[in-house]
Design a protein around this ligand. Structure first.
Ligand SMILES: Nc1ncnc2c1ncn2[C@@H]1O[C@H](COP(=O)(O)OP(=O)(O)OP(=O)(O)O)[C@@H](O)[C@H]1O
Length: 310
């Protein structure tokens, strides 16, 4: 894979002084789904706006498909489709006209076959002559995607595609995006929802306070940072940690009723048998045990701890 979007030392300062992006570097690979995850005010929309040429860049460069998005704006922009957060459609226009009109804005003529393919892939073909006002919220969101794909872009940006939508529609959006990826479209989406990043992305970027904290393959991220905990509930409260087990990563919970053991599920041997044997030998009686997997949420909270959420 090669980078379709390359962001180098990108900084953005809004008039009024907010430093929304600080020296951001990001390479987006062709064909991937990258989720940019961050709390409110982290700079997600600003980053997308700078890449798409909707906001000016204070310092740094953005290159899309080999074209600098300032010097070679038209060529760079032609490769990008942007699905905004808000539904901004003309209520009395039909689906077909809405999508055709957007294609025209990019100076592209014809393309009937492409538009048909896009509308069919989004299950909008049967609705092509329906006015926007008669569509459900889910269908309107699909029209936004169809518009964004109308000029045959290579990269699709979705800014919080499922903010404020119900669970059913959210799942529908996830499968729509998976289908786009299967057709070779590179997808970058921003989200607050950790489960969304976990469900959809190949790679996850965590952005906080205008900085990219990390960008990592999702599976590797979960493997590296996703430790497991074994929580042991004791029959009798313990006053202190078991003696002679200092080499075992154990913590005693409040009131001494629980012992928590942290281990790496991917390591060679978890040490659980040795732990339970050690506890029995020392007279600890176990009422129950349960395991907890640290989720992307824990990782996210650790990485963004202390950041302002505006
Ligand atoms: N047009 C603007 N003028 C001045 N400041 C702005 C403007 N747009 C955004 N900001 C500020 O820049 C920072 C980043 O905002 P941005 O909208 O990019 O964050 P975000 O991660 O998309 O947040 P959210 O998840 O709430 O949409 C915030 O402090 C915000 O108040």
């Amino acid at each position: 894979m090669s980078a379709i979007v390359s962001v180098k030392n990108l900084s953005k300062r809004y008039e009024g002084g907010v430093h929304a992006l600080k020296d951001v570097d990001l390479e987006i690979e062709e064909g991937e789904i990258l989720a940019l995850l961050g709390p409110n005010g982290a700079g997600k929309t600003t980053l997308i706006s700078c890449i798409c040429g909707m906001a000016s860049i204070t310092a740094g460069h953005v290159v899309v498909g080999g074209h600098d998005n300032v010097r070679d704006y038209r060529k760079a922009r032609a490769l990008i489709g942007l699905v905004p957060q808000e539904i901004n459609l003309q209520p009395f226009e039909t689906v077909m006209n809405t999508v055709r009109f957007t294609r025209g804005l990019f100076g592209k003529r014809g393309g009937a076959e492409h538009i048909e393919r896009v509308l069919r892939s989004l299950s909008l073909w049967d609705k092509r002559d329906v006015q926007i006002r008669a569509l459900s919220g889910g269908m309107k969101r699909r029209v936004l995607i169809a518009k964004a794909l109308s000029h045959e872009p290579k990269v699709l940006f979705l800014d919080e595609p499922t903010a404020g939508v119900d669970v059913g529609l959210r799942k529908e959006m996830w499968s729509t995006v998976a289908e786009l990826r299967a057709h070779g479209v590179t997808v970058i989406l921003t989200t607050h929802y950790i489960e969304e990043a976990e469900a959809m992305a190949d790679r996850i970027g965590i952005i906080s306070g205008g900085e990219i904290k990390l960008v990592r393959d999702k599976a590797a991220l979960m493997r590296e940072l996703g430790r497991k905990r074994l929580v042991i509930e004791l029959t009798e409260p313990a006053a202190h940690l078991p003696e002679g087990m200092d080499d075992t990563p154990l913590e005693l919970g409040e009131a001494g009723r629980e012992l928590t053991y942290t281990y790496d599920p991917g390591g060679d041997g978890t040490g659980i048998t040795r732990l339970l044997t050690g506890l029995r030998e020392r007279g600890y009686k176990v009422r129950d045990v349960r395991t907890e997997q640290s989720s992307l949420e824990d990782i996210f909270v650790d990485l963004t701890a202390g950041e302002d959420r505006t």
